[in-house]
Design a protein around this ligand. Structure first.
Ligand SMILES: Nc1ncnc2c1ncn2[C@@H]1O[C@H](COP(=O)(O)OP(=O)(O)OP(=O)(O)O)[C@@H](O)[C@H]1O
Ligand SMILES: [Mg+2]
Length: 415
């Protein structure tokens, strides 16, 4: 029997929305509120599983909360339907749930939308205590309770997710901190290395200049004539010294580039002049191998760039071309004018480069295995510097080459 008139019931229902289940494991607050509406001795709320039901809240038998009960297939089917009912102590559902002492019951489903997730049972010690009227009031109450219970579950899930998110963020933050610290250490180590290389290279240059200068003076025979053996040795000292100076200069250059200490000094100049000068500087080296350098360029072709750096680019590429060509061959050097850029090409008919290494040879100290690299002592920095200097001009470098088929290095500089 409900205790209330319809008007009083309308006043009680909103209170159901405010039930606080947060720290109320047994659902006491639900049953306290329901007591304002119904007379009952036993109150139970169950969740539905595929073939069992689980007690979730109760005003008595609190020690049985979370216990599961096996239910017949027929009853489970009924419990999953949207039908509600009045039951007595003989009903199979009541028997399966082990109720003791109750004589009459009303049962109503808990559902969210179309999905039934549980049910509520109120029971009385008195027989035939409930009628259709109570059942329809309980239906209204259970739709409100469905909302309250699901809301609690969602907020619990939300809390768990929030915690997981927080833990994840903390973990991520720690990882980020470690990476940042390691990164700083690496950058610091790289800086120290660059400074060390620059200092050592500089210190090496001073005595080397003395060696080169004195061997030059001796070879001029100002302080007495030299015999042929002495002349030969002095020449060897000079050639080896120059070679060593070239390597030290490369290390110094790359250190400066990495320290961002290299700036462009742009001017307008005749590219033909730069090509001729490089060919002249490298002529002794080329002649030694019987190699001819051919220049192909318009006579009055002006470009805007850093003269010294363009010379250095050409020097490195022509130097490689000579190094990796067979004797008595030809090397072509050409400059091409385009609307918005100029192109420099250095072509040789030498050993070529396997396309799989095209991306790698620009990295520092990379030298491919060949008879030529074994013979020559060099650092493997020439192309690295060349690429950096090209990119300082906002330009790009590319290669066309195959093994045993010669190589063409192409530099494009925007204008
Ligand atoms: N024209 C070329 N033909 C064939 N291989 C080349 C050519 N130019 C470069 N390479 C390959 O690329 C590697 C890197 O070239 P890079 O100029 O950087 O170094 P290097 O000439 O060996 O030494 P360095 O220039 O420092 O004296 C060379 O060792 C060589 O294996
Ligand atoms: Mg080189």
């Amino acid at each position: 029997m409900t205790k209330l008139t319809n008007k009083e019931l309308l006043k009680e229902l909103p209170a159901l929305f405010n039930i606080n289940l947060n720290s109320d494991k047994s659902g006491n607050n639900i049953f306290i509120k329901l007591k304002n509406i119904f007379e009952f001795d036993y109150g139970y709320i169950y969740y539905l599983n595929p073939d069992t039901v689980q007690l979730k809240y109760s005003n008595i038998n609190k020690e049985l909360i979370d216990k599961t009960y096996k239910i017949s297939k027929k009853d489970i089917k009924f419990l999953y339907s949207d039908k509600n009912c009045i039951l007595n102590e003989q009903s199979s559902i009541i028997k399966s749930l082990n109720f003791i002492g109750g004589k009459s019951y009303i049962l109503s489903k808990l559902a969210v939308g179309e999905t039934v997730f549980g049910f509520i049972i109120l029971g009385s010690k008195k027989p035939d205590f409930y009628a259709e009227q109570e059942l329809s009031v309980l239906e209204t109450c259970s739709s409100i309770l469905s909302y309250v219970i699901k809301d609690l579950e969602l907020s619990n899930v939300f809390k768990i997710q929030l915690k997981a998110l927080k833990d994840g963020l903390i973990e991520k933050n720690n990882a980020y901190k470690i990476i940042k610290e390691q990164n700083e250490k690496i950058l610091e180590a790289d800086k120290v290395k660059t400074e060390f290389l620059a200092n050592v290279s500089h210190e090496l240059r001073t005595p080397l200049n003395a060696i080169l200068g004195f061997s030059e003076i001796l070879s001029e025979e100002l302080y007495g004539e030299l015999n042929s053996k002495q002349k030969e040795y002095i020449s060897d000292i000079r050639v080896s010294g120059l070679h060593l100076l070239g390597m030290i200069n490369e290390i110094l250059d790359i250190s400066k580039i990495e320290a961002h200490a290299v700036k462009l000094v742009r001017s307008e100049f005749n590219i033909m002049k730069a090509l001729r000068e490089v060919a002249t500087i490298l002529k002794p080296l080329a002649t030694k191998k019987g190699i001819r350098i051919i220049i192909d360029c318009e006579n009055d072709f002006k470009v805007n760039a850093d003269y010294q750096k363009i010379q250095q680019i050409l020097y490195n590429l022509v130097n490689n071309a000579i190094k990796f060509s067979p004797e008595n061959d030809e090397i072509e050097l050409c400059a091409i004018k385009r609307k918005d850029k100029f192109i420099l090409k250095v072509h040789d008919n030498g050993i070529g480069i396997d396309p799989k290494y095209h991306g790698k040879i620009f990295a520092k100290f990379v030298q491919l295995d060949s008879a030529y690299t074994k013979k020559e002592s060099s650092t493997g920095l020439g192309l690295t510097i060349t690429k950096e200097l090209t990119e300082l001009h906002d330009g790009k470098i590319s290669i066309v080459s195959k093994v045993n088929n010669g190589s063409t290095f192409i530099i494009e500089i925007p204008q």
